[in-house]
Design a protein. Sequence first.
Length: 83
Amino acid sequence: MQQLSLLAHNRVRSLHVQMLALPKPRSRKQTTAYTLRSMRTLRFWLTARAGRLARIGGRQVLRQSWKLATDALSHRVTHALAA
């Protein structure tokens, strides 16, 4: 079970570095190359958005709020996944 958890963690970090990580300057004490966010932060950035159910043309439709930063992030993720 621990090996499966380790594989999942490594896969998530790999995807994170490929899609969302921001490079940061290195110093003698700080040798990591990227700023990584937690999975909780990523989940809230990508999926936990305000929305409401509306009835349009007799069908229920989920309408979500629009925000430029969230929209740009979702476009970066979908573009990176498509490549």
